[in-house]
Ligand binder design. Structure first.
Ligand SMILES: [Zn+2]
Ligand SMILES: [Zn+2]
Length: 160
């Protein structure tokens, strides 16, 4: 009991400081390591440039939290996966569009008339009534040939 009391009275407060400082440093070190690992993984997913990757990691190691802030500002906005997805999307969009035969502007597949020049770029299939481009030799939906289309059209006109 006395020994414990002695210990409490004679305790050197600077020791507590040293212990808590050590704790704080250990904590900061763990946080720093976690941030560096996060930045390393993030930069690899966003850039293929090795120099930029090393620069970003060094930035965080040297400047710590301000370095992290700088990195968040200068890092590429999109990850490589997102970029890949975007170019793929653009490609699909470009392939699903045709050009207007008159003014050569892109014409979405759902349009019958060109919104730019008013050209009737597509006609409804006489059989399945879906929009078919004038350049196509058959209806891609039901397989009706262009010649059959014309026949169907003239038959209809004759009936009138
Ligand atoms: Zn046009
Ligand atoms: Zn058709």
């Amino acid at each position: 009991m006395n020994a414990a009391l002695d210990y409490l009275i004679n305790f050197d407060p600077t020791d507590w400081m040293a212990i808590s400082l050590r704790g704080v440093f250990a904590y900061l070190f763990v946080v720093l390591v976690a941030i560096v690992i996060w930045v390393a993984r993030d930069v690899v997913s966003r850039s293929k440039n090795l120099i930029f990757q090393v620069f970003a990691i060094l930035l965080v190691i040297v400047l710590n939290l301000p370095g992290l802030l700088i990195y968040l500002i200068i890092r590429p906005q999109k990850t490589l996966a997102e970029k890949y997805h975007e170019t793929l999307e653009h490609k699909v969009l470009a392939e699903s569009e045709e050009m207007c035969p008159k003014c050569d502007r892109p014409l979405p597949l759902i349009f019958q008339f060109c919104p730019n020049c008013g050209e009737e770029a597509r006609k409804h299939c006489k059989k399945c009534h879906k929009l078919v481009s004038k350049n196509w030799s058959i209806c891609p939906y039901c397989g009706t040939k262009k010649s059959t289309q014309k026949k169907l059209e003239s038959d209809k006109e004759e009936k009138k």
